[in-house]
Design a protein around this ligand. Sequence first.
Ligand code: SAM
Length: 267
Amino acid sequence: MDLHDFEDVAENYDNYIDAFRVPDEDLINFHLELAELYGGAGIVDIACGTGVTLIPLIKEGYKVIGVDISKPMLNVLERKREKLPVNIQRNASLIHANMTDFKLVKPCSLAVIPRSGFMHLLLEADQERAFTSIYRNLTQEGILSFNTFDPNYELIANNLKGTDPSLVFRCEYTNFIGNKEKIWERVCFDPENQVLSGVWTFEEMNAQGKIINTRERPLKMRWSFEPEIRYLLRICGFEVINIYSSYKKEPRKYGEYLVWIVRKKIQ
Ligand SMILES: C[S@@+](CC[C@H](N)C(=O)[O-])C[C@H]1O[C@@H](n2cnc3c(N)ncnc32)[C@H](O)[C@@H]1O
């Protein structure tokens, strides 16, 4: 089980994600812009989670299929969807599936993997399977956008596997039952496998600030080198259109996230 497979994490996701560093506004605007350019024949929102991008897209009238491996995350999204007007609800359908192996009834013109979805694939073989799967579910010249984590050597060297990683405070937020909660994180970097293994500690407090519950949840993600992703894309039939360092479309920068926009090559 990884972070988002836990029910408590899924229920709290929308509450804590707001307190994190990447503002949802940029993420949403980026995807609305992509939808306007490429989403006319349908969008598949892969690793859609609780629908941070899917909901604004369907509200704008786009037909979106949400795919996610976590049932608890999809349950939260389903409840949000049910609260929308029926004509908007109809714009979305949800599929419980692994991005490495999913099948849509009809191909879409745009596939997006917003935020960190793609980084949850820990093996290069799974990344390749995901690209292959997405390729099959895209129309001719269909577009894919996803994110990778560019290796930051200083960060990796400071928290190498086998050392005692530092405890980092991530945020304080109000959880879904109305209590304050703090999130702390410890991350070990495994350079052999390009995997960062984290443990998130959720500390729930009562009104007096006393800790009443502590939960530890694992989180593993893979970092990828730009050339290896370029190679995988090439052998899976994609060509790169653009790479940014953020959803604000800042230019590519060492050690940051890489936001990729790629296109299915014409055969
Ligand atoms: C950080 S959340 C991002 C959710 C949403 N896209 C957002 O921007 O808020 C990562 C999501 O990826 C999903 N995920 C992880 N591995 C996956 C896989 N192999 N196939 C489909 N979804 C996956 C998790 O269940 C989780 O919902």
